[in-house]
Write a protein that binds this ligand. Structure first.
Ligand SMILES: Cc1ncc(COP(=O)(O)O)c(C=O)c1O
Length: 389
């Protein structure tokens, strides 16, 4: 019987122990024992799949990775301590001096730092293409381009990149397509089905869903994952088995949580659109979104993030945060509890105004990570804060 990916993920579990537990146990151990020197030799020689050391593999980590593979429709994966270590591992394992990486101008801040400050130190060329100008995408490809890296929807601007279009370009030029699927989650979008070779996640966000642990994961084509595994096995960005166990449990409810996050977000977006203090509002599944047609084509829901631009700019943004009573002011997203952030005065404050505008971060941009509270309560807090701001 062919199972649906959601069922497959829920039913994926590390091998049952002699205790016959129903819920899978936590394998909080650094290393694993062998019955004999010969068994240990064979494991080190890769002649068996036996676990050796948790920097290489661990049953709790494998369970988490296998679940993400089931949800993403991917062949293999490797989990890391954070989303950033997963992203960095894909670059370091698959690119070398003289290679070229293409990315999009709208990208998560730390990824931008890695691409612009660290990769060039290793002789890896990098360049950006404009999310909003698809006609220019192909001209960015050079003879030495080895990887296209992108986020869709982007953080925080919610730009949508056409995955079918970019994967056709990647295939044509034999380039690895690496997609950060953190905002959509595999419940909202499956990049592998649309031609991506690799999918990375900050599991810290919607996958955990309750703001407890850091984690990252990369899934995709087996031969690429094997190279990433070899790089990570020696360099050590492994996830803690405890965090993997927490994340594995969380994935069992990802589908129901994302459904509610998305339906709450649609409600908030529709209720706020046209508010006199809001200059513009973005949500992927509202017809007013500039890439609405693409979002509808490649996403199953619009996700849990709503962005809007306050007419009053930077000062209104700060006031809006100060006047909230319910929503949390915190540097995270994808929690049960709704979160508001003002990128121009916080995460992106170090960028010049020109740099911020080039990635659609306007002075009054507010990002709401819509939680699971009763939707009217979330809306009322936002409306009251808008009134006072
Ligand atoms: C889109 C995106 N990618 C990657 C990351 C990095 O993840 P982590 O904080 O788990 O390293 C984040 C964090 O906010 C993110 O929003």
């Amino acid at each position: 019987m062919e199972l649906h990916p959601i069922t497959k993920a829920i039913r994926t579990q590390s091998e049952r122990t002699a205790q016959m537990e129903h819920s899978s146990p936590l394998f909080l151990t650094s290393s694993f024992v062998f019955d004999s020197a010969e068994d240990m030799r064979a494991a080190f020689a890769d002649e068996t799949d036996d676990n050796i050391y948790s920097r290489f593999s661990n049953p709790s980590v494998k369970e988490f990775v296998d679940k993400v593979c089931a949800l993403e429709g991917a062949e293999a994966g490797y989990a890391t301590a954070s989303g950033m270590s997963a992203i960095f591992a894909t670059f370091m394992a698959l690119l070398k001096q003289g290679d070229h990486l293409v990315s999009f101008s709208a990208i998560f801040g730390s990824t931008h730092t890695v691409i612009t400050k660290f990769l060039p130190r290793y002789g890896i060329e990098t360049s950006y293409i404009d999310v909003n100008d698809p006609t220019g995408w192909e001209s960015a490809i050079r003879p030495n381009t080895k990887m296209i890296y992108l986020e869709t929807p982007t953080n925080p601007g919610l730009d949508i990149i056409d995955l079918e279009k970019i994967s056709a370009l990647a295939r044509k030029h034999d380039i690895i397509l690496n997609v950060d699927n953190c905002f959509a989650t595999p419940i909202g979008q499956r990049p592998v089905d649309l031609g991506a070779d690799l999918v990375v996640h900050s599991a810290t966000k919607w996958m955990d869903g309750q703001g407890r642990v850091l984690g990252g994961v990369v899934v995709g084509k087996s031969e690429l994952i094997y190279d990433i595994y070899l790089y990570c096995r020696s360099t050590g960005p492994a996830i803690s088995p405890f965090n993997a166990w927490v994340l594995s449990k969380s994935l069992d409810t990802l589908d129901v949580r994302m459904e509610r996050h998305a339906s709450n977000a649609v409600f908030i977006a529709k209720s706020l659109e046209g508010h006199p203090k809001i200059k513009s509002l973005k949500y992927p599944f509202l017809p007013s979104h500039p890439q609405y047609e693409i979002a509808k084509k490649q996403m199953f829901n619009g996700g849990g993030i709503v962005c809007f631009d306050l007419a009053g700019g930077l000062e209104s943004g700060r006031n809006f945060l100060n006047n909230l009573a319910l929503l949390s002011l915190t540097a995270n997203l994808g929690d049960t509890r709704s979160i508001a952030s003002h990128p121009a005065s916080t995460t992106h404050a170090k960028l010049s105004e020109k740099e911020r505008l080039s990635v659609n971060i306007t002075p009054g941009l507010i990002r709401i990570s819509v939680g699971l509270e009763y939707r009217e309560d979330i809306l009322n807090d936002i409306l009251q804060s808008l009134d006072k701001s």
